[in-house]
Write a protein that binds this ligand. Sequence first.
Ligand SMILES: Nc1nc2c(c(=O)[nH]1)N[C@H]1C(S)=C(S)[C@@H](COP(=O)(O)OP(=O)(O)OC[C@H]3O[C@@H](n4cnc5c(=O)[nH]c(N)nc54)[C@H](O)[C@@H]3O)O[C@H]1N2
Ligand SMILES: Nc1nc2c(c(=O)[nH]1)N[C@H]1C(S)=C(S)[C@@H](COP(=O)(O)OP(=O)(O)OC[C@H]3O[C@@H](n4cnc5c(=O)[nH]c(N)nc54)[C@H](O)[C@@H]3O)O[C@H]1N2
Ligand SMILES: [Mo]
Length: 763
Amino acid sequence: MAAGGWQSLKAVARYAIEEGSPALVTRALLKQNKTEGFACVSCAWAKPAEPRVAEFCENGAKATAWELTSRRLTPEFFGAHTVSELRGWSDHDLEAGGRLVAPLRYDPATDRYVEATWDEAIAGIARRLRALRAEDPTSAVFYASGRASLETSYAWQLLARVYGNNNLPDSSNMCHESTSVALPESIGVPIGTVHLEDFAQADCILFVGQNPGVNSPRMLHQVKDARDRGVPIISFNPLRESGLVRFVDPQSPLQMLTPASTTVSTQYLQVKVGGDLAALTGVCKAMLATAAAGGEGLDRGFIATHTHGFDDFADWVSRQSWDEIECESGLARSQLERVAGVIAGAKAVIGVYGMGLTQHRQGVKNVQMLCNLLLMGGHIGRPGAGICPVRGHSNVQGQRTVGITEKPELAPLDKLAAQYAFAPPRDKGRDTVASCEGVLDGSVRAMLCLGGNLLRAWPDSTRLEAAWAGLPLTVHIATKLNHTHVVPGQECWLLPCLGRIEIDRQQGKEQKLSMEDSTGFIHASQGVAEPADERLRSELAIVTALAEAVVGTDAQVPWAQWRGDYAQVRAAIAVSYPEIFHDFEARFVQPGGFAKPNAARERDWKTPQGKACFIAPTGLVADPDAPAHPPQTLRLMTVRSDDQFNTTIYSLDDRFRGVSGTRDVLFMHERDIARHGLQPGQRVAVRTTAHDGVDRVVRGMTVRAYDIPEGCVAGYYPECNPLVPLWHHAEGSHVPAYKSVPVSIHPETPTATAPQEPAHDAR
Ligand SMILES: Nc1nc2c(c(=O)[nH]1)N[C@H]1C(S)=C(S)[C@@H](COP(=O)(O)OP(=O)(O)OC[C@H]3O[C@@H](n4cnc5c(=O)[nH]c(N)nc54)[C@H](O)[C@@H]3O)O[C@H]1N2
Ligand SMILES: Nc1nc2c(c(=O)[nH]1)N[C@H]1C(S)=C(S)[C@@H](COP(=O)(O)OP(=O)(O)OC[C@H]3O[C@@H](n4cnc5c(=O)[nH]c(N)nc54)[C@H](O)[C@@H]3O)O[C@H]1N2
Ligand SMILES: [Mo]
C-alpha cells in the first residue's frame, strides 16, 4: 500500500469522529503549521514559510484529534478504577480515556487517584522536594519529553539548576543523542545542516534508517518534488517501508484520481539490522576505487581545504575486505558499487537518517560514517546538500538549544549565574541511562516528568517498573493518562496541562510559544482551540509555580512575571543566548520563523582541528553482543507502527505492514521461521540472549513471515522494551540500542519440529 492518498484522508476523518470533536478538529487543522496557528504536536519536520492549504499529514491530524478529544477523565473515572486495576490496561486504553482535567494525588489507602486543588498539589510537591534537597540536591531528576516549548524548557532547566543539579535527561537521550555526540566531532555543530530549500536543489537523496511515510510524512512533499525532477533516492532499510517505496500525494488531484503513484526509492537496499557501518564503508570503498582509477566522486579541493584525517580514513577503508563488508551488511558488492556510482555522479547529496542509525551500540560511529561519505564529495555546506537527522518530538531539538542538558559544558552556566545571581551546579548530571541506574540503585529519589511515559519508553522496562514504585516522589505534568502514571511512587502527583493546540490565556492575553524544528528554524505557535477544561494550567504556569514554591528566591528569577507574560521569558532567553535569539520577539513570528546560526552550513568548522573531520570506526561489527551469523541468535529491532506516536497507541493496526488488531507480532524471514521449526501464526516467547543473570522475556508474540533480512527480526516499541538491557546502549552517546537486541525465539504452542532451547538460554 502506498503512503498518502485516500486511505490516509479516510483515517484522519475516522479519528476526528471517534474522538468526538470533528468540527473542532477540522477548524484546528486549517491552522496547523501556519504562521498564525500552532506547530503540530506530532513530528519535528520543518514548517515551510509558504504552507500548503492543508499543511499537515495523516499522523499530524491524528495527533491533533487525539489532543482535542471530547473525552475527559472525571473524578468518577478515578473513583471507579483502582490504580492497580489501571496498571493492567493497555497503553491505548489508558490514553483513550481522554484528557486529564484536575490535579490528582495518589492515595495509597484507597489505591486511587483523588482530586486536589492546585494549591494543595504545588504545596505538597514543594514540601517533599525541599526535604529531599536538604538531604541531597542531586537525588531529583527533571526529565523532559520533547514537546514543551522553548519558554517552558528554559524555565525547567533553570528550576533544576537552582534546585542544585544538572539532572536534565530528555527524550533525545533515547533518540538523537548519537547525533549530538557524533556531529560536533565530525563537523563542529550538533545538528543537521540541511534547510527545506536544499531539497529543491539536491540531485541525490539518501534515506538511511528513517521512515518518512510514518514518522515525518510532510517530508514526502519534498521527496515527491525531488522525484518529479528525476532525482535518485537511495534507501537503506532492512524493511521495505511503504513511504520509501511508493507515495500518493493527497494534495495532487491527478494522483488521487488515477492509480498512478510515485516510486520513491530508485534503489532500495535491505541492509541487515546494524549493517550500515559496513554498507556505508562499502560505498566509500567503491568511491575511492573509482577515484583512484581517474573517475569522479571525490571533491579533492574541498578535502584539501576543509577536512582533516582523509588519508587515514581512506587507508582504513582500503583495508576493509569486501567479504566482511558483504557479510556484515548483508548486501552484495555490486549493489554498493551501484550506489557509489550514483552518489559519485551527483553534485549535491542529502543524507537523511533516523533511529536506524542512532539506536545502535555503534550509533555514534554510524552517524560519523554517513558524514564521512558526504564529506568525500564535499556535500556539507553546499546548497542542495548536507546531513539531515530527522528529529523526533516536535521541540526536542529546541529543548537542547535552551539548556535542557545533563552536560554542564553545553549550558551557558556563567551567563545564567550572572543573569539570575546564583551558583549553578557544575557537576555532570544524569542522562537517561544514569537516571535509570539511579532508579534501580535507589540514588534517584524523585522523578519529575515534563511529559513522557518513561516506564514504557525506557529500556529494561520490567526491571525499572519494579524499582520505580520505591521512589519517594513521582510527579507528572501531562495531558493524558499513561502507564507510568499508574505506577505511583510513595508520593505521586499528576498535574494536567494545556496542550499546544489550546489557547493559553494569561492575564487576559493570549500567549504565544516557540519551538525549533528539525532543520533549526525557530517558529511561533499559538493555540487555536478552547482549553479542554477551565482547571487546566499551561506547562509554563505549572513549572513557574513549582519553582516559586520549591526554590523561592534562591535565585533572582521573576517566575511570577514570566507566568503572566511569555514575552518576558523570550527576552530572558535572548539574554542567555544572544547569538541565536537576538530580536527574538520580532523574528519568531515571521513566516517560516528564523534560522539558528549553523557554522557547518557556512563551512566554518568549530572542531578542535578547525576542519571537518573524517573519523574511521574501529571495526565493521555493529554489535559485539550479536554477531552477524550465530546459529540461533537473531537481531531484534523495535519499530513504530503507522498508528502510534511513541507510546501513544492510536490503534492496534499497522496499515502499511498489513497488521490489524494486534501489536504482539514478531516479523521474521520465512527461512528463519523454518530454521526454527516454526510456522507463521505460531505463538512464541522472545528472550534476550544476554549473560548478565537477568531473564528478559516477552511472551505471546505471533510469528509473521515478512520481507526482512535473514537473521533479523522486528517487533513493536514499546511492547518489546522489556527485552532491551539497560547496559546495551551506544558507546559515547548512551542511546539505548533499541534497534539491535540479540534474542532467541521459543515456541509457546507446540510444533512437531521445534528445536530445544539453545543451551545458553536454559535458565
Ligand atoms: N507518526 C509518528 N511520528 C513520529 C513518531 C511516532 O512514533 N509516530 N515518533 C517521533 C520520534 S520521537 C522519533 S525519534 C522519530 C522516529 O522516526 P524514525 O527515525 O523513522 O524511527 P523508527 O520508526 O524507530 O525507525 C526508522 C527506520 O529504521 C529502520 N531500521 C531499523 N534498524 C535499522 C538498521 O540497523 N539500519 C537501517 N538502515 N535501518 C534500520 C526501521 O525499519 C525503520 O523504518 O519519529 C517522530 N515522529
Ligand atoms: N524499544 C524502543 N524504545 C524507544 C524507542 C524505540 O524506537 N524503540 N524510541 C525512543 C525515542 S526516539 C523516544 S523520543 C522516546 C519517547 O519517550 P517519551 O517522550 O517519554 O514518550 P511519549 O510516548 O512521547 O510520551 C507520551 C506522553 O506524553 C504526555 N504528553 C503528550 N502531550 C503532552 C504535552 O503537550 N505536554 C505534556 N506535559 N505532556 C504531554 C502524555 O501524557 C503521553 O502519555 O522513546 C524511546 N523508546
Ligand atoms: Mo525520539
